[in-house]
Ligand binder design. Structure first.
Ligand SMILES: NC(=O)c1ccc[n+]([C@@H]2O[C@H](COP(=O)([O-])OP(=O)(O)OC[C@H]3O[C@@H](n4cnc5c(N)ncnc54)[C@H](O)[C@@H]3O)[C@@H](O)[C@H]2O)c1
Length: 446
């Protein structure tokens, strides 16, 4: 029932409008380009679907933005990305979830692609080499496990950062990102995260009303991401010449050290919305989860197929977050916030004493986000959302840690005291045994 309702809304309302907006915004960017503001040069680390897509979003959302450098672990990924950005494309494929914005855009901006063979880098140090180019801003769309150290290197080198979500997969990484966000602040650098719902017009209108007290005091919130695409996401048949490392990175969602599991990789968006409504992260979490159906999963990695987390926020309100990727089950995606005077669905409406239905525009939040971010850099007061996206990532990590261990865990303890660091020492191509699936009650809390 829920699945049908959301689908109709998404495909006839938000998504359609987002696609329209996708066509409209580039022409605005072209018009403003005539005024010739400072050029912003972009480099991408992780040239897969979203890293490359984010560069295209940036170019169509603001004038005088160029893509100048690309870095990826694998040269074939750079080649494919260059092919994509050098060819005109007609958008039109709608996302399954309109609230995140279309992944497909009308694209005819090959003129903004200034990448040369000298500014393409591959290998494990590609993220460092790209920092030696004249790129002003680096987009991070690599496998999330690598992201904290890549972000730090970029900020140390004086680059603005756009980091996809999640920005970390473990507490060691989250601590590093909080430090990087601070460093960016000190250096006057921008730090934007891929939690684009923060720039969604309906979400802004409805969360704003929640903060004005329109649903009274918040007593609970819930969020969910029930789907099945993770089951085969990024699946590739293993080639005989691939090392364990190459196989795992190419199929990164299936390995906890790379993706953080789907609660961290996907549900982080919706957890971030709960944190936003609540005004900050929770104080604790207790969770459950497991992997019940391996049959449909072509890769036997070490992620769960379902999670349920109960967060407790400082005001005593509970936040219930669930994530499931099992084939042939109901789909559900979104959030709800319940208060003493009403309830809110942040993508559409408030019910209760101050009922409200969002009727404004549904422009693509990615374009709004890029437009604002680039404008802030040009104005000399770059936006820094690093702590917000690190908090969202850490909240999701906390839920996973609780589900894996079966223990109730305090947010502050996990963030400051946990020693969990999933990155293998000295990552390089070679053997890499897969850690066993966590068994609650047996996996230790570190
Ligand atoms: N904000 C959103 O709505 C949204 C949507 C889709 C994806 N994403 C995020 O974008 C990220 C990438 O997702 P994707 O779908 O583009 O994946 P992808 O597999 O298509 O791309 C990842 C790329 O990173 C490269 N890579 C991996 N490790 C690397 C390293 N150490 N150095 C350099 N390159 C490396 C891979 O080779 C690959 O080309 C994920 O974090 C995902 O959560 C966000």
């Amino acid at each position: 029932m829920e699945s049908k309702r959301m689908t109709r809304r998404q495909f006839t309302g938000g998504a359609a409008k987002a696609v329209l907006a996708a066509g409209a915004i580039p022409s605005i960017a072209h018009r403003v380009a005539a005024q010739n503001p400072d050029k912003i040069r972009i480099g991408v680390v992780g040239c897969g679907g979203r890293g490359t897509g984010a560069a295209m979003d940036a170019i169509v959302s603001a004038p005088n933005v160029e893509l100048v450098a690309m870095a990826d672990l694998f040269p074939d990924k750079i080649e494919a990305a260059l092919k994509r950005v050098r060819a005109a494309q007609k958008g039109g494929k709608r996302d399954f979830a309109a609230q995140y914005g279309s992944l497909q855009i009308d694209w005819d901006r090959a003129d903004a692609v200034k990448v040369t063979p000298e500014t393409c880098f591959s290998g494990f140090d590609a993220h460092k080499k790209i920092l030696e180019t004249d790129a002003d801003l680096i987009i991070f769309g690599e496998a999330p496990g690598f992201r904290p150290r890549h972000i730090r290197a970029a900020i140390e080198a004086g680059k603005h950062v756009f980091a996809e979500k999640p920005v970390a997969v473990d507490p060691a990484g989250a601590r590093s990102v909080f430090e990087s966000a601070e460093l960016a602040k000190k250096k006057g650098l921008g730090f934007m995260g891929g939690t684009q719902l923060r720039f969604s017009q309906p979400y802004g209108a409805i969360i704003g009303r929640i903060h004005e007290g329109k649903i009274g005091d918040i007593v609970a919130a819930e969020c969910y991401w029930w789907h099945d695409y993770f089951v085969r996401w990024k699946y590739q048949e293993r080639k005989p010449e691939w090392s364990d490392m190459e196989f795992q990175v190419r199929c990164w969602p299936h390995f906890v050290w790379l993706s953080g599991d789907h609660i961290v990789e996907n549900l982080v968006h919706n957890i971030d919305v709960m944190n936003w409504a609540m005004g900050g992260p929770p104080k604790s979490a207790v969770a459950l989860g497991g992997h019940i159906n391996w049959e449909d999963w072509p890769i036997k990695g070490n992620v769960y197929d379902h999670f349920f987390v109960e967060y407790e926020y400082p005001n005593g309100a509970k936040g219930y977050a669930s994530s499931r990727h099992i084939v042939n089950c109901a789909h559900r995606l979104g959030e709800k916030v319940m208060g003493t005077k009403g309830a809110a669905d942040p993508f559409r409406q408030i019910t209760g004493e101050h009922a409200y239905e969002y009727e404004g525009p549904f422009d693509n939040p990615r374009f709004i986000q890029w437009g604002k971010f680039i404008e802030s850099i040009r104005k000399g007061s770059p936006m820094n959302c690093g702590a917000q996206v690190a908090e969202a990532s850490m909240t999701a990590i906390l839920g996973r840690m609780s589900a894996y261990t079966g223990r109730a865990i305090n947010y502050e303890w996990a963030l400051h005291q946990s020693k969990l660091d999933l990155m293998p020492p000295n990552p390089g191509f070679g053997p890499l045994p897969v850690q066993p699936l966590a068994i609650p009650g047996k996996a230790s809390l570190v």
